[in-house]
Design a protein around this ligand. Structure first.
Ligand SMILES: Nc1nc2c(ncn2[C@@H]2O[C@H](COP(=O)(O)OP(=O)(O)OP(=O)(O)O)[C@@H](O)[C@H]2O)c(=O)[nH]1
Length: 371
């Protein structure tokens, strides 16, 4: 990442734009939601047009104008052909290739940081491609270490009314929240088709969830005992109780625009959570990483010096002629017999093929709509 993008955010300077990462199961309504928040922000007085990044290489149509669109940089169908991959492998590889250029994306975003209040990321339809890939983690970490960030987890409310489906969805949300450690908003979408009161009730009162579970068909076996799944879900509901305490839930309709104000109120509140919980956490992690790298380096050098000492003790004659002895004063490079060859310019088989370059035929990527 570029130095500017990896620097710790200074929360005391000008108010930074807020990044909203939209994540959700296929068909939950992510793209429609992004379109809705886009039009909501445009309709504010004064208008607050967001900066939008589309990270889904396989989407055929996006109902909003993305400022940066992965599809302009990587053609996932070409990637599929070139790397002999299936659709999901093609999408993942396209995202990986795009991620190699993400420092340039961040530079473009940072240039606009003075003029925008919100930066929105629309992620691939196949949720796991973003949430469980290295590139998804790199992109998330990169934006979150530069800007206040919140994850908006979009839920297809009408498809979540069955207790088992609800629980699976919540467990998935829980895993993403603990993986990213970012402020998290559960966005119950499509409330025009199905109000989300049942979900709020289940989240606030696990006994209500257990009652719903018990009344659901298939919760007891032929002898009237709770089924294994039923018992498991009962226990899980107790575990999730703790998870629910750490997040906000809002109901929206991306179709009608209901709930937009509540959503942005939740986004605004999450700014404080980011500052008080996420930032100290990444600072701790960064310090720990630096410390452990330093320890590893020192340990390696100590072991290396130890090995050399053993070798020299075992072979004093060679040690006497050793050009690398620690008391060696002569640092005339021309006398060295060690050949160092720089092979970085040489082509070699299996070389990494950067399709982004192939497409643009130049070092400078022609990002779309950077302005
Ligand atoms: N009734 C209703 N339908 C919605 C709402 N939001 C989205 N939809 C519909 O849900 C379907 C999926 O919406 P998309 O926005 O394409 O969902 P997505 O999550 O981006 O889809 P993928 O990219 O395939 O993951 C579309 O038919 C939308 O019209 C909503 O608030 N209410």
């Amino acid at each position: 990442m570029s130095p500017s993008s990896s620097n710790q955010p200074d929360m005391n300077s000008k108010r930074k734009p807020h990044v909203i990462i939209t994540i959700g199961m296929a068909g939950a309504g992510k793209s429609t939601f992004v379109q809705r928040i886009n039009s909501y922000l445009h309709s504010q007085n004064p208008p607050q047009p967001p900066y939008i990044l589309n990270l889904d290489p396989a989407v055929t149509h996006v109902p909003f104008e993305a400022n940066i669109d992965i599809r302009d940089t990587v053609n996932y169908k070409e990637v599929m052909k070139q790397y002999n991959l299936g659709p999901n492998g093609g999408i993942l590889t396209a995202l990986n290739l795009f991620t190699t250029k993400f420092d340039q994306v961040l530079d473009l975003v940072e240039k606009r940081a003075e003029t925008v209040d919100h930066i929105i990321l629309d992620t691939p339809g196949q949720i796991e491609i973003f949430t469980w890939s290295a590139s998804g983690a790199i992109i998330t970490d990169a934006v979150a270490s530069s800007f206040p960030t919140v994850v908006a987890y979009i839920i297809d409310t009408p498809r979540t009314t069955a207790p088992a489906t609800f629980m699976s969805n919540m467990l998935y949300a829980c895993s993403i929240m603990y993986k990213t450690k970012l402020p998290f908003i559960l966005v119950f979408n499509k409330i025009d088709a199905q109000p989300h009161d049942f979900a709020l009730e289940w989240m606030q009162d696990f006994e209500a969830f257990q009652v719903a579970l018990a009344s659901h068909s298939g919760s007891r076996d032929s002898e009237g005992e709770p089924t294994y799944m039923n018992s498991l879900m009962n226990s899980m509901s107790l575990v999730l109780d703790e998870f629910y305490k750490h997040l906000k839930a809002v109901g929206v309709s991306s179709m009608t625009g209901a709930g937009m104000k509540e959503f942005f109120d939740a986004v605004e509140e999450s700014r404080e959570t980011y500052r008080t919980e996420y930032l100290p956490e990444i600072e701790r992690a960064r310090a720990a990483r630096e410390k452990s790298l330093q320890d590893i380096k020192e340990d390696s050098i100590n072991r290396l010096m130890g090995d050399l000492a053993v070798d020299r003790a075992a072979n004093p004659k060679a040690a006497a002629e050793d050009r690398w002895a620690s008391d060696e004063e002569d640092d005339d490079d021309e006398d060295l017999e060690v050949n160092l060859i720089d092979r970085s310019e040489e082509p070699y088989p299996g070389q990494y093929i950067d399709v982004t370059r192939m497409r643009h035929q130049s070092e400078n990527i022609n990002w779309p709509n950077p302005g």
